[in-house]
Design a protein around this ligand. Structure first.
Ligand code: HEM
Length: 138
């Protein structure tokens, strides 16, 4: 179980590296107008999104493996709340893909300021999820 948990946390770190950096790229992308710059951001975002998705799938897979190994987890309130927040995280991840596609099709109308606010969401979810799983308040 401890090996699963260790790699679960490692995978979570790689997922969050992408969740923090991809919206940051969107901030700069929204202010870019020159063709070489636009093309460079598209390549960077596409590659980062792939790595981020591998991190997400590994985090979820290892998390589910721990539940399969110890089904008693499913009776714990903190895990119910955690999984609710993880669903929000997955929705955020999927929405990033849509935004990335809008940029690639030159259909982005959101401002750099909007992306700066959007970039704060993963930090709030990270704090809430880690407090739930480490402190287990209920
Ligand atoms: C479907 C997704 C997920 C499932 C099913 C899941 C499930 C679990 C389970 C069963 C544990 C073991 C808890 C324990 O024994 O103390 C655990 C540990 C942990 N999870 Fe997740 N998790 C998921 C996603 C995440 C995400 C997105 C994060 C990141 C914010 C995260 C962060 C952690 C941390 C930091 C631990 C270690 C806690 C400790 O050692 O006290 N998990 N997870």
């Amino acid at each position: 179980m401890l090996w699963l948990k260790a790699f679960h946390v490692i995978a979570m770190v790689t997922w969050f590296a992408g969740l923090f950096y991809l919206p940051r790229l969107f901030v700069y992308h929204a202010d870019t107008t020159d063709e070489p710059g636009l093309a460079r951001f598209e390549v960077m975002e596409r590659r980062l999104f792939k790595l981020m998705t591998i991190g997400a799938l590994a985090t979820i897979g290892l998390g589910v493996s721990m539940i399969v190994e110890a089904p008693g987890y499913l009776r714990m309130g903190w895990l119910h709340a955690k999984l609710g927040l993880v669903l929000l995280l997955i929705a955020y991840h999927v929405y990033c893909h849509r935004l990335m596609r809008d940029f690639a099709q030159r259909r982005n109308h959101k401002t750099a300021k909007w992306y700066r606010l959007f970039n704060e969401v993963p930090s709030l979810l990270l704090i809430a999820i880690v407090v739930l799983v480490v402190v287990k308040p209920f």
